[in-house]
Structure formats: C-alpha cells, structure tokens
Design a protein around this ligand. Structure first.
Ligand SMILES: [Zn+2]
Length: 337
C-alpha cells in the first residue's frame, strides 16, 4: 500500500495583500512529483457532508454572500471570500474526505490532503480565521459515519484549532489535541489548558510561549501526544498540520525548524502505527512562507513514505524558553502520567 495525496490549490481564492494566498503553494507544487506518493482525484464535498459539522443555514448564507457580494471580507481575522470561494471550499473539504476515505477503506497506507482554504478555525456556526469550512472536522465525522468509533485529531498549526475544538466539545467519539502559541494579542486567543474541564484527556490544549521550538515540541510529543493517543485509542489519527510554527513564518513567533517538523511528523506516524495500523491523514492548515510550506510538506511525505531524509538545515536563531513546568501543568490537569 502506498501514500496518497490530494492537491486543491484554489487559484481563484485570493485577496489583495492577504497572507492566505495561492502563492503559499508555489514552491511545493513543482516538488510534488518528487515524493513517493500518488495523487488521487478530489471530489467536492456535498452539502450533506458539510452539514456533519456546519449549520446548513450558515452554509446557505455563505453561498449567497459568495454569489452576490464577493469579493469581500466576512470576519475580522480577516477572512475573505471571492466568487469562487464557496466551490473552492467544497473542493478543499472534499480533498480531505477523499484522503481519509482512502485510508479508512484500506486503499492507501496513509495520506496528505494539501488543500486551501484551510479549516481549523471555522466553527460550526461561522467561518473564521482564513477558514471557510472545517475540513478536518468534516472528515472526522465522515469517518464515524463510515463505521469508525473513535477518531483523534492532533493540531500542530501555530494557532489554536478553535473551530475543531468547538465542533467536538461534546462529541465523545472524537478526541482533539492542539499545541499552539498563546499570549497577549495572539490569534485567536483561545486554547488555554482548562477550557474543557468536562473532557479531560479528550480535549487537550498545550499553549506555548513565543520561540518554543524543536526541543519544546519534542517534549510535547513525548509527554502529551503519546499519553493522549494511548488513553483514547483512536482507530484513525488526523493531523492539522500548519507550517506557521516555523521560526521564519511572517505572522507568528514560534521556533520550529524543518528538522523539528520532521521529528513531529515521524512521532505522529509512529503513534498511528502503535494504535491504528498506521492509519493517519495529514491535512494542511496554515503556513505563510512558501519555502517553509514546501519544506514542511516534504517532512510529512518523508515520515509517511519512509523516503530519504530531508537535507534542509534551518535551525532557529533564537533561544528556546524552558516549557517543562507548562507541560507538567498540562499533564497534571489531564491526569496523564
Ligand atoms: Zn495557523
């Protein structure tokens, strides 16, 4: 079995001077054929599938805005829509569904959905944070609809996956873990440790200070990702991967390098091998430097295919903070030991 991927670049979903733009993928696209993975065709998600997560009235309103008022800004992030954005967002969600189904059905070993617009900030009742539909949340619910009983989502985009958390706060079939930058003024402002006291071990947030990088993330993977997966025993792991936690991303202040991203991708692939026969699907979220997106996507393919290692060496120039006590606080809150 092999690794598969979908590619939904949405060239007409763009807005002047906006960081979430088609050019994010410009260095990745020419490298796609060099990875030992097969492109599979994307089919648009249906309205019924979008309704696994989103309020149908909100979806209809969004469609009308795209048809009648676009281009325009629809929230303060700012999130924008163009006349093609509704169809682009259906195709992006479909790109994730296609990957997840191939892995659940056993047609593929694992997968990577390279799609935009991204999804993890979109809440059931509103688009938010450059995101229209919550692609990964829709795929998680779709996997349940196809017979799975437990799906875990791990989000290591630089930002809190507030939309995914909102979708699954009260759904005990889905576990969610987000590790993200947290601090004054940092978007979206949610994702503190104690946000879901009714869902300990199932809704897990690891808020990190600026400049946390490879060493901190390795601690988080070993001391939080691992017991989270061990406790929940998912049958499928979905990864919200954003390359905006790279130290040179223009809109964040974290400290991962490409080697750190490779370490993380390998760790979650190994966790999936341990609990669910390696069934894992990576889903692209943010990442606003096109070189980091290309290098970061390569780390996902290397981890999924076992292909040659990356030659990229771009360590963060900044000193990392010591986050041991923060990580211990997270472990204690959830009772991970
Ligand atoms: Zn992000």
């Amino acid at each position: 079995m092999k690794t598969v991927y979908t590619f939904v670049p949405s060239p007409n979903h763009l807005y002047p001077d906006h960081p979430e733009r088609p050019g994010r993928l410009e260095f990745l696209q020419p490298r796609l054929e060099s990875f030992a993975a097969g492109l599979i065709e994307t089919i648009s998600a249906t309205r019924e599938e979008i309704a696994y997560v989103h309020n149908p009235k909100v979806v209809s309103a969004l469609e009308r805005v795209c048809r009648e008022e676009a281009p325009g800004i629809i929230d303060y992030a700012p999130t924008y829509v163009t006349q093609s954005s509704f169809e682009d967002a259906l195709l992006a969600a479909g790109g994730v569904l296609t990957c997840a189904r191939a892995v659940v059905n056993g047609e593929a070993k694992n997968a990577f959905a390279i799609v935009r617009p991204p999804g993890h900030h979109a809440e059931p009742d509103r688009p938010m944070g450059f995101c229209i539909f919550n692609n990964i949340a829709i795929a998680a619910r779709d996997a349940l609809a196809h017979g799975l009983e437990r799906v875990a989502v791990i989000d290591y985009d630089a930002h809190h996956g507030n939309g995914t958390q909102a979708a699954f706060l009260n759904d005990e079939r889905i576990a969610f873990l987000s590790v993200h930058q947290y601090g004054a003024g940092f978007y979206p402002g949610t994702g503190w440790i104690d946000e879901a006291p009714h869902a300990k071990k199932r809704i897990v947030n690891v808020p990190l200070p600026a400049y946390a990088g490879d060493q901190v993330y390795e601690q988080v993977a070993d001391q939080v990702f691992a017991p989270f997966v061990e406790s929940f025993q998912p049958q499928l792991i979905l990864i919200s991967v954003g390359f905006d936690a790279h130290w040179s991303d223009p809109i964040t202040m974290l400290g991962l390098s490409t080697a750190g991203y490779l370490m993380l991708a390998k760790k979650v692939v190994t966790l999936a091998e341990g609990c669910c026969s390696g069934k894992i699907v990576f889903v692209l979220e943010g990442g606003y430097d096109p070189i980091n997106v290309a290098n970061g996507a390569e780390t996902v393919f290397i981890a999924e295919t076992g292909q040659r290692a990356s030659a990229v060496n771009d360590p963060s120039p900044r000193q990392e903070p010591d986050c041991s006590s923060r990580i211990e606080e997270v472990r204690n809150w959830h009772g991970f030991s």
